[in-house]
Design a protein around this ligand. Structure first.
Ligand code: COA
Length: 308
């Protein structure tokens, strides 16, 4: 068996095709895609932050693939790997893992029995789960009804207004997610990038505002809580609780639950059938809130790290 590394170099067309074929074979066998969207897209790109790792069981047969994305100053590199179903239990996965930087965090997106296999593999290699991202979901047409939203009197509810709410929202998002490295770092530019996506719909970006408060900019109200819902693809029938946040000085007033419910009402009124969300398993308060609103666990995505 041989391992080939492409550090910041794109794969050849025949290689990237075979990698995507392996990913498709794995998905058909395992019932879940082994690579997340960003990693899959990078299979075909020459991104300088990406290293491709190819495992040849016997030339010219590519048997497995790993991809590493460089991290930032305080974030370790992230990796994903997949072995063609016909080449498993022959040491291909181990060889790929051994070729990754020791500090890399490896994602498993597998579900069901494939998740058990990934977990057994990772543990056999000395890795342990360090982060779990839970996918929770519920039907919007069946299942336990959710309660009516109770918004304290001094607040009013309206949709995000482009051109008016950007700075105030970036500020409240940063405050609400101060301890969350990815979400809390969102800038106005990041927000505007998302506003340019086909799924952007300000009607689904719900704000709870305190009319009596005056901010330091020219907007006359203050965002106390928000629920940004997302429907991607826009013509699909599944909505997402994309981001829910409550300003730290407004927490404990029931606004998180109220604004979550307002978003569910909105998605149901749009005629959607199902809603999902991603939440860190460790965020017990959020997981409990969602479970109380009828959400159940659908999938767990785990990130593994080598335990020294
Ligand atoms: C998980 C995966 C990468 C393993 O690849 P592989 O080439 O079969 O792994 P290896 O042959 O190197 O296995 C090494 C050890 O891991 C453990 N292991 C691997 N697959 C296992 C399984 N299905 N059940 C139990 N243990 C398993 C075993 O201890 C194995 O040693 P052994 O074969 O001598 O018993 C492969 O099944 C895969 O591509 N799965 C889908 C993608 C995925 O889940 N990626 C995330 C990985 S964290």
């Amino acid at each position: 068996m041989s391992i080939e590394l492409r550090d910041g170099q794109p794969l050849r067309l025949d290689e990237s095709r075979r990698v995507l074929e392996i990913a498709a074979e794995a998905e058909a066998t395992d019932g879940s895609p082994p690579l997340s969207e960003q990693f899959r897209l990078s299979v075909e790109s020459g991104d300088p932050n990406v290293t491709h790792v190819l495992s040849y069981a016997a030339e010219p047969a590519l048997a497995g693939y790993a991809q590493v994305r460089a991290g930032s100053a305080d974030e370790p590199p992230a990796a994903e790997l997949v072995v063609a179903p016909g080449w498993r239990r022959q040491g291909v996965g181990s060889a790929l893992l051994a070729a990754l930087p020791r500090e890399a965090r490896v994602w498993s997106h597998a579900t069901g029995p494939a998740a058990k296999a990934a977990d057994a593999f990772a543990r056999a290699m000395g890795f342990e789960p360090v982060r779990s991202l839970l996918v929770m979901g519920r039907s919007l047409v069946d299942g336990p009804p959710w309660p009516v939203a109770v918004v304290p009197e001094r607040y009013s509810v309206r949709s995000f207004e482009p051109g008016r709410d950007e700075d105030a929202w970036v500020a409240v998002n940063a405050a609400a997610f101060a301890s969350h490295p990815e979400q809390g770092a969102l800038t106005r530019r990041d927000l505007e990038q998302r506003m340019a996506q086909p799924w952007w719909d300000p009607a689904g970006f719900i704000l709870v505002v305190d009319e009596s408060a005056t901010g330091d900019t020219d907007h006359a109200d203050r965002i106390a809580a928000f629920h940004w819902t997302k429907v991607d693809p826009p013509e699909g029938d599944t909505g997402e609780v994309y981001v829910v946040g409550v300003s730290p000085d407004r927490q404990g007033e029931g606004l998180g639950k109220a604004v979550t419910i307002l978003g569910l009402d909105h998605l149901r009124a749009r005629g959607l059938r199902d809603v999902i969300l991603y939440v860190d398993e460790e965020n017990v308060a959020a997981v409990r809130t969602y479970a109380g609103l009828g959400f159940t666990d659908r999938e767990v995505h785990r990130q593994y790290a080598l335990i020294e």
